[in-house]
Design a protein around this ligand. Structure first.
Ligand code: SF4
Ligand code: SF4
Length: 732
């Protein structure tokens, strides 16, 4: 070992020792913060499925590859990071000796070949990512950037570290080539040989370059250890557990989509018959009341802004960005943590847990952070502004896009639950809807005895459950389908088509009440449970003696479809629920319904969030429309998984939209830009929102918003007396 190698070895050892000590301290701190969260025992079930999913999503980059260029570039950088960590390890042998290398594998040509090409592709990948970040930087005024609000220096820092580590990997190899210490052939390591040809035969070059590489790597480790909220770096480690512990590992995509989690207290679902707000946690009022998985979510956010770029609230000028919401919760959790870890915190009655003596020794900044309300305006020092909380439509676009499986919607609804159930604090206009649900069993407050009015004048009998010996499908009409004029036309169209196809079905009639979706999404779990229990009881009675596969329900409202199919299981109601577009697609393909007259004028289709993204029903409505128009649909730019919300979900239907551009107008402009004369929908709420949007633009004469079922009915029975063409009886 020469004098240069002695110096490089000492310096490498010193900086590594500092970095490792700081990294261990950072991991302990992060673990302690995450452990402050509430229990979530269900996250430990299905370990096999979880492991498989984690490996598929990370190694296959299945979420990232939805954005093909970024996904591919990131994949090479990720693989480069994992494989080339071995080369950082090898650098420790190279600071000691010019000819040093990893024991055993370090002498294999295969190792040289693989690391060479991963290094080259990693270089290309990181340059692409740097270019994308620069092109989308928030400082460019023409950009409404997905990086707005991200901590940009952290992103640039991480990317430069990756770039320099990769470059110095080739410089080390180049010096080995130049000094004749390189064992791999030219064909396996062409770039290393090319670099070597340009470098002098400096004997100390290998050790000095290896030291620089170690210095860069350890500087990175020191910086991220001193910044535990630096998700853009920490996600390299945290993404693995965050994906492993995702809500539903069996789901093909978006574990946080579809059903909401039941309300839990200390890890157990809350039973409202016995629940006591002084003993049980009702939603989330303090950041430590999220589960540990919630705190892990916040820690894992990479600040990539994919969620933000798709959010309808953010894109129409509302203050909500799912990314900024997650970052606010993360920063608050880590700032408050010293107070909590020192014994501080409020119990469920709001009393301080720490003694005077404990409080006296606490960090003042942490104490000040602890005083901030979780939900509150800027003047109140709130972490999340109420306008942010109530802007969410629960459309799930954020969850769909998040590459590390953060479950934004669950966190938003958990915070809403506390606001509604304990604080009674929510947009006042939604109070009428909640009162109507409690008193009348539907959001409009329509009399229950008018639920069957839509059946009048159909020309055939619509039987009620109990009136027929047997039926294949229970037709769940839903409140909109029973009381809202436009939706009643869809109900009639579906009934007409089912009758035409010879499907035996029956309705609950006055036995049906609201599925509870708007109550649950606004956060009123109590009203949801009340309605859902009543419906589960009614449905279980209707299907008595039948196995699950024969407990078939068809629903026209995606919110009912989602609630009955995905959430009633939490209350003992197991049913096979299909959306009407699925059943109609089946009936057409089985030859039971035959479209005869093509519907012309061009048709575009708006995916309802709770049908498409939340439940992956993308194909069936498109098949029905394709058969009806006997041609190709005109797709909007934002369709299928990336469809843009109509603005009604998350109980937003019942709240005023006072900030920014109206979401339905944004969507209608996109639909009208396709030139289609018909905007087909599969949801009564989308229908209302888009109709309002079209009428607001004064285009009601030129563009029509109709349900998929009505389009099919026009094609199957061009002269049908029922359906869209007919004026439905007015709601009673
Ligand atoms: S669910 Fe939709 S509206 Fe809510 S934060 Fe996510 S993207 Fe935005
Ligand atoms: S998509 Fe996920 S990781 Fe990216 S900013 Fe949003 S929450 Fe964070």
């Amino acid at each position: 070992m020469g004098s240069v190698q002695i110096v490089t070895t000492i310096l490498a050892a010193a900086i590594t020792a500092v970095a490792v000590v700081l990294a261990v301290r950072a991991v302990m701190k992060m673990t302690a913060v995450i452990r402050l969260g509430q229990p979530a025992p269900e996250r430990f079930a299905d370990k096999g499925a979880r492991t498989t999913k984690m490996l598929v999503e990370t190694a296959g980059h299945t979420r990232m590859l939805k954005w093909s260029v970024v996904g591919a570039a990131h994949w090479f950088v990720m693989v480069g990071f994992i494989v080339l960590s071995l080369l950082v390890l090898e650098a420790y042998f190279e600071v000691v000796s010019t000819g040093g290398g990893l024991p055993i594998v370090g002498h294999w040509t295969v190792f040289g070949l693989v690391t060479e090409w991963i290094g080259i592709l990693g270089l290309v990948g990181i340059v692409v990512l740097m270019a994308i970040r620069l092109r989308n930087r928030p400082s460019r005024p023409e950009n409404r950037s997905r990086f707005t609000g991200s901590t940009m220096w952290q992103g640039y820092f991480v990317e430069w570290v990756v770039l320099l580590v990769l470059i110095f990997g080739f410089v080390i190899r180049g010096f080995k080539v130049a000094t004749d210490h390189f064992e791999y052939p030219v064909w396996a390591t062409p770039l290393s040989h090319a670099v070597g040809a340009a470098l002098p035969a400096w004997p100390a070059g290998v050790s000095v370059a290896a030291l620089i590489k170690i210095m860069i790597s350890m500087t990175w480790l020191i910086v991220i250890s001193l910044n535990v909220t630096m998700g853009v770096a920490w996600h390299r480690f945290l993404a693995f557990p965050n994906i492993f512990f995702k809500r539903d590992p069996e789901k093909p995509a978006g574990s946080g989509l579809g059903p909401l989690r039941p309300m839990t207290s200390e890890g157990k679902p809350l039973d409202f018959e016995e629940a006591d707000p002084e003993k049980d946690q009702f939603g989330v009022a303090q950041v430590e009341q999220f589960t540990w998985k919630g705190l892990l979510d916040f820690s894992t956010c990479t600040e990539c802004g994919r969620c933000q770029s798709q959010c309808p609230a953010w894109n129409t000028g509302k203050p909500l960005s799912p990314k900024l919401l997650v970052l606010s919760l993360r920063d608050h959790a880590y700032a408050k943590a010293p107070y909590l870890l020192a014994g501080g915190g409020k119990d469920l009655t709001g009393e301080e847990k720490a003694t005077e003596a404990q409080l006296a020794h606490m960090d003042v900044l942490a104490l000040a952070e602890a005083e901030r309300p979780l939900i509150g305006s800027a003047e109140e020092g709130g972490v999340i502004d109420p306008d942010v909380l109530w802007s969410c439509t629960t459309c799930g676009a954020c969850v769909e896009q998040c590459p590390v499986d953060i479950e934004h919607v669950d966190h938003i609804v958990d915070m809403r639950r506390y606001q509604v159930l304990i604080e009674s604090s929510f947009p006042s206009e939604a109070g009428v809807m909640l009162r109507n649900l409690e008193n009348k069993g539907n959001p409009w407050g329509a009399p229950q005895n008018t639920r069957e009015d839509w059946t009048k004048g159909l020309g055939f009998e619509v039987p009620r459950v109990g009136e027929v010996d047997d039926f294949e499908y229970l037709f769940w009409v839903g409140c909109a389908g029973a009381f809202e004029d436009r939706a009643k036309k869809t109900t009639r169209a579906v009934a007409t088509l089912l009758n035409e196809a010879g499907v035996s079905f029956a309705i609950l009639g006055e036995g049906e009440t609201c599925s509870g979706d708007p109550a649950r999404r606004i956060g009123n779990e109590f009203v949801f449970q009340m309605l859902a229990q009543q419906n589960v009881e009614t449905l279980n009675e209707a299907f008595e003696g039948r196995e699950k596969s024969k407990r078939k329900i068809v629903a026209t409202c995606p919110h009912c479809f989602n609630t009955l199919g995905n959430e009633y299981g939490q209350l003992g109601g197991e049913f096979e629920v299909v959306h009407h577009t699925q059943l109609l697609a089946h009936l057409v393909s089985a030859g039971k319904l035959t479209p005869v007259q093509p519907v012309d004028g061009g048709v575009t289709y708006h995916d309802p969030c709770y049908l498409g993204r939340h439940n992956r029903v993308f194909a069936a409505p498109r098949e029905v429309l394709g058969d009806s128009i006997q041609g190709e649909l005109t797709e909007m730019p934002r369709n299928s998984e990336r469809s843009f919300c109509c603005g009604a979900g998350g109980a937003r239907m019942w709240m005023e939209e006072k900030i920014g551009k109206r979401i339905n107008v944004d969507r209608v402009e996109e639909a009208m830009a396709t030139g289609a004369k018909t905007i087909a929908v599969g949801c009564p709420f989308c229908s209302t929102m888009l109709n309002d949007g079209v009428n607001g633009k004064g285009a009601g004469e030129d563009v029509e918003v109709v349900d998929v079922a009505s389009v099919l009915l026009r094609s199957v029975k061009p002269d049908a007396p029922a359906g869209e063409k007919e004026t439905a009886p007015a709601a009673g």
